[in-house]
Write a protein that binds this ligand. Structure first.
Ligand code: 5GP
Ligand code: ZN
Length: 113
């Protein structure tokens, strides 16, 4: 289920334009509007949930599906040499959009953290 007020749900529905790099029935992947690396993609499930703690079996299946798909999507979009996945959870992590999403960062040597 999508949430009409959520910015990522609206991107999935095409109500807000985005630079899409991949889409299927379960996930949508697009370029981050404020890239923090040469390649910065956001992978979002096509079902709205805010946080990992809200995840049930259905959401867990989608997340597993996404993790299986991400390597080929990352490689096809400039991350041949590796990439970093990041999932911000909550305010202290700096989460700004409360629709679960996986950052895919790469295309260059990333700094340590
Ligand atoms: P968070 O901080 O919640 O983990 O990540 C949210 C990300 O979404 C940020 O990196 C931000 O740049 C990106 N973002 C926010 N609004 C938009 C938008 O309208 N379009 C795109 N492409 N990215 C967005
Ligand atoms: Zn949403």
């Amino acid at each position: 289920m999508l949430d009409g007020k959520c910015i990522f749900c609206r991107i999935i529905k095409g109500e807000i334009p985005s630079s899409k790099v991949y889409e299927d029935d379960k996930m949508y992947v697009f370029k981050d509007i404020e890239p923090k690396a040469k390649v910065h993609l956001l992978a979002v499930p096509k079902t709205h949930f805010k946080l990992l703690e809200e995840m049930g079996e259905t959401e867990a299946d989608i997340l597993k599906y996404m993790l299986l798909k991400i390597p080929s999507i990352a490689k096809a979009n400039g991350c041949e040499n590796g990439y970093r996945l990041l999932i911000n959870q909550g305010d202290d992590a700096g989460q700004t959009v409360y629709h679960l999403h996986i950052h895919i960062l790469g295309g260059e040597k990333l700094s340590d953290f």
